[in-house]
Design a protein around this ligand. Sequence first.
Ligand code: 8IG
Length: 265
Amino acid sequence: MSEPFALAEAAAEFISNETGVDVHDVALVLGSGWAAAADLIGQTTASIPATDIPGFTPPGVQGHIGTVRSVLTKEGKRALVLGARTHYYEGRGVRSVVHGVRTAAACGATAIVLTNGCGSTHEEVRPGTPVLIKDHLNFTGVSPLEGATFVDLTDLYSPRIRDIARRVDPTLGEGVYAQFPGPHYETPAEVRMARTLGADLVGMSTVLEAIAARHAGLEVFGMSLVTNLGAGISSQPLSHAEVLEAGQAAGPRISRLLAEIIAGI
Ligand code: 8IG
């Protein structure tokens, strides 16, 4: 087995030993604004500092919780909640970025839910709006896969789980998410470029993880929380307080949404 996959197997064994759970059914990666959601999904039966687990690097961004939790849902499902995400902009390489996803697969998960906070390229899609990811644009210029690994990405974002999400909340819209490398935000010209090329949402995560997840055989579901309008979209410069307020206001709604979607997967 090649090195990144062996490391994921070691991480999975560690998690299995620490949690006492042999097989996790579903995995959840918590992005900005989504931290509170985990508590509604079920009962946390074990919480591990991510940095204790083989291959996990310390969190680089404040506010990103560095724990991996085992959560038991009301339906008796086991969810692996990854509160620690390594971003591409941290410069630890793509293997580190997708290690959590590969670990989830090695833990037995058959589906993964990827969440994030992002900017919107449409003025009418306001901060506080959750959006289903229907497809992506990879603007990082890299792949998490190595060698002749020709993976089909048609229907990468599971139509089945998107249907479940829309049954839970018929008002949910869908969009194309573009991952930029970051850590700087886009210029207004770059946001216009992204919109012209078909991006509804701009962010710095999710895409590389989704590709690695598909390669690992996971069913992928992605949901964004719009926390700001992309640069230059509004003539009004968005205040940080406004962004936080939008996130907080959306908190209970997106937490409930996520819990119901995971119950339905
Ligand atoms: I929160 O406007 C968040 N993350 N690239 N652009 C990019 N990432 C983001 C943005 C944004 N907002």
